[in-house]
Design a protein around this ligand. Structure first.
Ligand code: ASP
Ligand code: MG
Length: 453
């Protein structure tokens, strides 16, 4: 009998939740415990994407064989626990053969397109294995190739989805299947118009889950990971960090954007557009609960969380005395635009602009590094000072620019720290502080103690 699953849930499992057979089995229990879970989105098993990325960079044959052996062991370990391993063994072997062939090509002539093709195999393998795990537990489960619906541009390594194509394809090819079976698909991977495999950027499976949730009008997107929700800061830095039970979309997306590692930074955008709640929990410990990110205005505290981004670079651009300051600003921002670099923090003085760059940010496919080309161009217009080894601490909260005392609360604890830059005022929800990276943890500890404990 077919049921029309109207309000259904998308469940996404990260690499550690599908790392081996036991993890897959625990994740399968989560899927089977709730009849509303109809679509499962998976990452590659933990460690697999890193191995594939290394292979795509072109390794010598003995190194290739080493990595291939490690990959094979991860897959075969899972297969060995299946009741009927032969069903899936051949398909996994075919994928492993593909990987080996692509790794050889990458050694001869590596390319971004080839790399995406190769790297996509991690999710292809984990999703095939997980489908089998569900079937062995008597579930009606089907495997679905996400590339059939995840249409993207051809920006390999960090492709952007074509939303209208995705919505249309998902409604016609995926939606009807959810009525007959639990569909298991891959996060992270897509396909461009010419049929080449693409990827959405590292950590992109979360993004896939919410894009599919949006395209298919899901009632909720559940992100199952290895931590029981979103915390006020990283508990490894401040052990008294508290789990946040409810958080608004904008607070959570600020946290992701400013470095909290739990969610891929783009994840909340699709969910926010449709008001689809996103739950974050631990697949190892479902009883521990988690965080629900949703449309909430009540209970928005002044201070919500502390996020940190490391490996930041500060550029100070000193204008040549002959330039009027308005022309100088225009010139510098035009240069940054030509080099596709967006600085997320900016402060200015009479004859100097300070910019913070994040070389690790690649969510929009931009190169946020200070390339030689950019440095040379800037140097012909101004004196450039570069400082690396910095960290950006962001205090996330609500109405921070309206409330009295925020600066006193935030800065009292920086008496022992050399603050290199402060950004406050552009956003009501963030106060950013740039300081030497080796002092970041002690600053977070002190601030967390003052504001959250
Ligand atoms: N497997 C991909 C990665 O490791 C995507 C993901 O896990 O979200 O980046
Ligand atoms: Mg992840």
């Amino acid at each position: 009998m077919t049921r029309i699953y109207s309000p259904f849930i998308v469940a996404k499992f990260g690499g550690t939740s599908v790392a081996n057979f036991d993890a897959m089995n625990r994740s399968a229990s989560i899927v089977l415990a709730d009849h509303d879970v109809r679509l499962v989105v998976l990452s590659a098993s933990a460690g697999v994407t890193n191995l594939l990325v290394e292979l795509s960079e072109g390794l010598e044959i003995h190194q290739q064989l080493d990595k291939l052996e490690t990959l094979r062991t991860i897959q075969y370990n899972i297969i060995s626990h299946l009741k009927q391993p032969s069903v899936i063994r051949k398909e996994i072997d075919n994928l492993l053969d593909n990987i080996s062939r692509l790794a050889q090509s990458a050694n001869v002539s590596p390319s971004d397109a080839l790399s995406d093709e190769l790297v996509s195999h991690g999710e292809l393998m984990s999703s095939l294995l997980f489908t089998e795990v569900l079937r062995e537990r008597h579930a009606e489960a089907g495997w679905f190739d996400a590339r059939a619906v995840m249409r993207t541009n051809s920006n390999y390594g960090c492709a952007a989805p074509d939303l209208s194509a995705l919505h249309q394809l998902a409604q016609s090819h995926l939606r009807p299947r959810l009525e007959h079976a639990i569909m298991v698909t891959q996060g992270f991977i897509g396909r461009d118009v010419s049929g080449h495999t693409t990827t959405l950027g590292r950590g992109g499976s979360d993004y896939t889950a919410s894009l599919l949730g949006e395209a298919l009008d899901a009632a909720r997107v559940d992100i199952w990971t290895d931590v029981a929700g979103i915390y006020t800061t990283d508990p490894r830095i401040a052990p008294k960090a508290k789990r946040i039970d409810h958080i608004s979309f904008s607070e959570a997306s600020d946290m992701a954007a400013y470095g909290a590692k739990v969610l891929h930074p783009a994840t909340l955008l699709p969910a926010m557009r449709k008001g689809i709640p996103v739950f974050v929990g631990s697949s190892k410990d479902t009883a521990a609960g988690g965080t629900l990110v949703h449309n909430t205005t009540d209970n928005s505290p002044r201070y919500r969380a502390l996020a940190v981004r490391r490996k930041q670079t500060l550029l100070r651009l000193h204008s040549l005395e002959t330039q009027p300051s308005s022309a100088f600003l225009a010139q510098i921002f035009a240069i940054l635009a030509r080099h596709a670099v967006s600085a997320d923090l900016v402060t200015t003085s009479e004859n100097c602009i300070a910019l913070a760059l994040d070389p690790t940010l690649a969510t929009s496919g931009e190169d946020h590094t200070l390339t030689t080309a950019l440095f040379t161009t800037l140097s012909s217009h101004c004196r450039v000072e570069v400082e690396t080894g910095l960290a950006l601490i962001t205090l996330i909260g609500n109405q921070l620019t309206q409330a009295a005392g925020v600066c006193k609360d935030a800065f009292t604890w920086f008496e022992e720290h050399a603050v290199r830059m402060i950004c406050h005022g552009a956003s009501d929800n963030t106060l950013c502080i740039l300081l030497p990276a080796d002092t970041a943890d002690s600053a977070i500890k002190a601030l967390h103690y003052r504001l959250f404990e």
